[in-house]
Design a binder for this molecule. Structure first.
Ligand code: CS2
Ligand code: MG
Length: 399
């Protein structure tokens, strides 16, 4: 079997997605997600101009050799653009291999280790009434674990909470506001109110989104202990992996980190010293199914569980690959599932299902996702940026 064509499809059914479609001489095709939110065109070029020419004529079954050739052959290793491009190739080749085998991908990953995949959904509110309505809405949708994000008193626009966007200035990063002291004062009160309203048992998660120093993260983890969180996510920028030693020494609140990481080297201290409880990398940003399975097996040696990143900017192709992995690996933790717009669902018909807060990849051979290229073409790319974050004095901060 040979690869005879590979095409990058850029579409924007409500938000931008980058999809790689690989075609073989036997008519079997595979899909991979290469979406890098806010920097999509960089990956489109990396694939189109540098990777696709190298794929033509190669054997699609040689997944590991192709992965190693793209990683080592680039010379300039790692990084979000490179690893998103390699991920799309890797996932498309697994899609092809599973289709040829006539099996859903999870069967090539060791088969099912569970009946279905537990998820968590996003709830948010500028204030408590809005937050409570959002939690109730997620519970009505069937979610059995909820991420809670709220406004901060005195701040106008905060991560994870809906706010109006001025589009008059064209595609520019929205400037959000931040005040760590106000956030640290208010968040424990929010979780106290949520526990009062929804009881002690509902699994609650929170994403600090890289904004705290290790000592501030330690204080927040400690202050949240009475509310028994499922996890506190991205409590401090974790390029400085050793910073988590300080956090870990002060709090028993479970920690989740890694959605911005793209190789196992980003995790070595965090995993080797058990400084975290969940690894957060997504198939799309970590180089594909091949390396992410290796990361999960490494984490399993340290009793660390998986929690694949699954916001709306991971496409249904990347989501499907995650769900196959989630069903198969032993140390599965939870799957983030923010859901998609109707337009996105129409562009990416899929076999996976979402029922009672749980996902299942389905039994279709391969990933079980297709790309409706006609519908995709109806949603042309729209330049868009992720927000940026500034302190009250205007200083740029982590978003
Ligand atoms: C967030 C993401 O879901 C999460 O945990 O960190 O929504 C993140 O903000 C986006 O993926 C950035 O593109
Ligand atoms: Mg996050």
């Amino acid at each position: 079997m040979k690869i005879v064509d590979a095409k990058v499809v850029l579409t924007s059914p409500g938000r931008n997605f980058v999809t790689l479609r690989i075609e073989t001489d036997e008519g079997v095709t595979g899909l991979g997600d290469a979406t890098l939110n806010g920097r999509e065109l960089a990956v489109v070029s990396y694939l189109t101009d540098h990777v696709v020419p190298l794929l033509l004529g190669t054997d699609p079954h040689r997944i590991e050799d192709t992965w190693q050739s793209l990683y080592r052959g680039a010379y300039w290793r790692r990084g979000p653009v490179t690893m998103a491009a390699i991920a799309a190739v890797d996932v498309a080749l697994w899609d092809i291999k599973a289709k040829v085998a006539g099996l859903p991908l999870y069967q090539l990953l060791g088969g099912a280790s569970r009946e279905r995949v537990r998820t968590y959904g996003h709830a948010s509110g500028r204030d408590l009434p809005e937050l409570f309505d959002s939690i109730r809405a997620r519970l009505e949708q069937g979610y059995q674990a909820i991420r809670v994000q709220t406004g901060v008193p005195g701040l106008k626009r905060v991560y994870g909470v809906r706010h109006t966007v001025d589009t008059a200035a064209g595609p520019r990063p929205v400037v959000e506001d931040w005040d760590t002291a106000a956030y640290l004062r208010s968040l424990p009160k929010v979780f106290d109110a949520v526990r009062q309203e929804f009881g002690p048992d509902l699994p609650l998660l929170h994403d600090a989104h890289h904004r705290l120093t290790p000592m501030q993260a330690a204080r927040l983890g400690k202050d949240l202990e009475p509310y028994d969180l499922f996890w506190l996510e991205d409590c401090t920028p974790a390029e400085n992996q050793e910073g988590l030693r300080l956090v870990r020494s002060h709090t028993t609140t479970p920690l989740a980190i890694g959605e911005v990481f793209n190789t196992v080297y980003d995790y070595r201290t965090l995993i080797g010293e058990q400084l975290i409880d969940y690894v957060r990398s997504a198939v799309t940003h970590f180089g594909g199914v091949s390396p992410l399975r290796k990361l999960f097996d490494y984490a399993a040696q340290y009793q660390i569980k998986t929690a694949v990143h699954g916001p709306e900017d991971i496409s249904p192709v990347g989501m499907a690959a995650a769900i196959h992995l989630d069903l198969a690996v032993h140390n599965f933790g939870i799957q983030e599932y923010a859901g998609y717009t109707e337009a996105t669902e129409a562009v990416f018909p899929h076999a996976y299902t979402f029922t009672d807060g749980h996902l299942h990849p389905g039994e279709e051979p391969g990933l079980g996702v297709s790309l409706d290229e006609e519908r995709a073409a109806a949603h042309p790319y729209e330049a868009a940026y992720l927000p940026i974050n500034r302190l009250q004095d205007g200083t740029i901060h982590d978003w």
